[in-house]
Design a protein around this ligand. Structure first.
Ligand SMILES: *Cc1c(COP(=O)(O)O)cnc(C)c1O
Length: 377
């Protein structure tokens, strides 16, 4: 099978040691009785779901969180036997598959339990379906909103002969990455009110994404859903500083595929939006918006020979041009994310330029970019 992208020298490099470093830091910081589950949804935030999960496990993660059922199935297929929680709502028609694969799912309504119970009965599944009840304390996405609805669901889960295992209960904070904690405190209050409706709490009680664990550790519960920070990215962007050094795991490199001397007055790329004011050296980089390197990055920069080089003209689908300080050979390395000499470009820098968050840039890197792994151990 052809692996599309393997014969182009444009690659994402993932430093698994950095991932282990970030997890180890969090492992030593959190309460020892609190488990760390690694969030590896969206292909491990673009870093590679299986490789990240394995590295996270080596560093002490005892479970995984994903967004959709297929991500959980991919982890099972790769031989991972730890608990896996699907954070989004899975269609109840897959209840039998979920139970057979010992996957845990977020549930936010009584209707879901009713439909899943029907599916489980029709398929004569023996294994219990592991449920984490989602509580909507202010995120407004999924989950139970009232103590009465929650209590009814708990009663269903705990009925004699229930096909369910009531394994967890959780919520998600929407402002844990902000300095102003007014809304966070409201959500925390709602959480306490809701869980008071559950007389006996299940095995896992969890509220913390990376930001909550980093900045509101006291309310962690007994499991944290550690996501973006394990990749070495600060969940707040630049608003709050992390209690330890987060080590970014991802870099993105290419090689110049074409180098030319451009006469003054000549233009570059679609729309001819850039015209050379003087004679200059221009390099072509084999990457474009089809790789997740956004078109909006015109005017941003890359590193060549440790020097900052502006992206000139529009970013095309598969190629883009940069202005070089001097003539360099074809094949010269280009750093798009990472360090070259004393210069660094972070995913945060790219996100800032694009007016978004690093999460979106990381998980937007296309599969056409091969992921190459290093592990210093
Ligand atoms: C994505 C997600 C997380 C992880 O969030 P980070 O900000 O990456 O740490 C945790 N919990 C839920 C419910 C999520 O959807």
């Amino acid at each position: 099978m052809v692996v599309i992208g393997e014969h182009r020298h444009t690659q994402v490099q993932i430093d698994l040691q950095a991932i282990k470093h970030n997890i180890s830091e969090e492992m030593t910081r959190k309460d020892p009785l609190t488990e760390l589950w690694a969030v590896v949804k969206a292909n491990g935030y673009g870093h590679g779901i299986i490789q990240v999960a394995q590295a996270a496990k080596q560093a002490g993660a005892t479970g995984f969180c994903v967004a959709i059922l297929d991500e959980a199935l991919a982890l099972r297929q790769a031989g991972l036997t730890e608990p896996i929680l699907v954070l989004g709502i899975v269609e109840p028609e897959y209840a039998a598959l979920i139970a057979e694969k010992a996957i845990s799912v977020a549930v936010g309504s009584q209707a879901w339990l009713t439909q899943a119970a029907t599916v489980l009965a029709a398929n004569q599944v023996n294994a219990p379906l592991h449920v984490h009840l989602a509580l909507d304390t202010g995120m407004g996405r999924i989950g139970f909103q009232t103590p009465a609805d929650l209590a009814a669901a708990v009663q269903t889960l705990r009925q004699p002969q229930s096909p369910f295992d009531f394994e967890g209960i959780f919520t998600h904070f929407s402002t844990a990455d902000q300095a102003d904690d007014t809304y966070f405190i409201q959500q925390l209050t709602n959480w306490k009110t809701l869980i008071a409706a559950v007389d006996e709490l299940p095995r896992y009680v969890h509220v913390s994404n990376s930001a909550t664990s980093l900045w509101h550790q006291a309310c962690n519960g007994n499991m944290i859903r550690f996501g973006v920070a394990l990749y070495g990215l600060n969940p707040s962007g630049t608003a709050l500083s992390a209690p330890y050094r987060l080590q970014p795991a991802l870099s993105l490199t290419a090689e110049l595929s074409f180098v030319k001397h451009l006469a003054a007055g000549k233009s570059i790329s679609y729309g001819a939006t850039y015209t050379a004011k003087q004679a200059e050296w221009i390099g072509t980089v084999p990457i474009g918006y089809a790789d997740g390197y956004e078109r909006r990055l015109q005017g941003f920069h890359v590193l060549v020979d440790g020097r900052v080089c502006e992206i000139v003209g529009r970013v095309c689908m598969d190629q883009m041009m940069v202005r070089l300080p001097h003539e360099v050979p074809v094949g010269t390395p280009v750093t798009l994310v990472g360090t070259d000499g004393d210069q660094t470009i972070s995913l945060q820098d790219i996100a800032d330029y694009c007016g978004t968050i690093h999460y979106e840039i990381a998980c937007g890197l296309a599969t056409r970019l091969p992921r190459v792994y290093t592990d210093a151990e």
